[in-house]
Design a protein around this ligand. Structure first.
Ligand code: B1M
Length: 208
């Protein structure tokens, strides 16, 4: 009998092989892919996010768990698309123009994917026009911008101005080590989060 708690535990441990095997056997036993996703894989990432917020685990454990989750997702993906299961929302994320830091942005992406969102990664050094073009092409509901340098913080403001000027309706969120809630408010962002785990809560609240 498939044990989704054991599957979640294997993701939390970052055990890719057992995550793949347990995901396959849960499918073989006839469990729905959506149930395996929600209770096994996403459940595990929610647990990791909570532990990370409480400083009970650190970045390496989060990265290892996200890698295991990804392996399980690869097993489930064909089943999910066959069943017509849609992601719960679409986000677009990039590091702003002039900034090459992407470790934090990638963590935000992993946590959002882990929570069931479709996330398009625009990469680093992303000019405002590229954000506009991408949101128009993908209809993303959330645009996330990351900046790690005090010298690239103004690029957050510029990107928001260009997106608003282009009539983009998506919610615009910002983050990165030097960014604060006060700065996010000042530049007219719809949201700010200090870390990747809270970025998931922020996106959930903006889309509800
Ligand atoms: Co750079 N760098 N760096 N660097 N670098 C910092 C940021 C710095 C603080 C180091 C220092 O001087 N103490 C400093 C910035 C100072 C400042 O502006 N106040 C700095 C500098 C100066 C520079 C260069 C200018 C150095 C030089 O060339 N003279 C240069 C700039 C290049 C450029 O971007 N144009 C540079 C280059 C680099 C490397 C390329 C070598 C490398 C980046 C590699 C990479 O990202 N692939 C690098 C690194 C690794 C760092 C440090 C050491 C680590 C950054 C990091 O990854 N942190 C950093 C010093 C430090 O932080 N100790 C430093 C871990 C990561 C998980 O945290 O990114 O904050 P963070 O992300 C968090 C939150 O901020 C939040 O969630 C994440 C997870 O919880 N978050 C979001 C991030 N984005 C979010 C978006 C959201 C929501 C939350 O919504 C959309």
């Amino acid at each position: 009998m498939a044990d989704l708690n054991a599957l979640a535990e294997s993701v939390i441990r970052g055990d890719q092989n057992s995550t793949i095997e347990m995901t396959k056997s849960a499918l073989a036993e006839g469990l729905q892919a959506k149930k395996i996703l929600d209770e096994g894989l996403i459940g595990a990432m929610n647990t990791i996010a909570e532990r990370w917020k409480r400083n009970e685990v650190y970045i390496p454990e989060v990265l290892i768990a996200a890698r295991a989750m990804k392996s399980g997702m690869e097993v489930l993906e064909p089943e999910l698309s066959r069943a017509g299961i849609k992601p719960i929302g679409k986000c677009l994320i990039g590091t702003v123009q002039g900034d090459l830091h992407d470790i934090g942005k990638n963590l935000v992406i992993m946590m959002l994917k882990g929570a069931g969102y479709d996330v398009i990664d625009l990469g680093i050094d992303v000019p405002p026009d590229k954000f506009v073009q991408a949101v128009n092409e993908t209809n993303a509901q959330i645009v996330g911008m990351s900046a790690l340098l005090t010298t690239t913080m103004p690029a957050l403001e510029k990107t928001i101005k260009v997106l608003r000027g282009a009539g983009v309706k998506a919610k615009l969120i910002v983050g990165g080590a030097p960014v604060t809630q006060g700065y996010a408010d000042k530049i007219g962002a719809d949201g700010y989060s200090p870390d990747a785990a809270s970025a998931v809560d922020l996106v959930k609240s903006l889309l509800n």
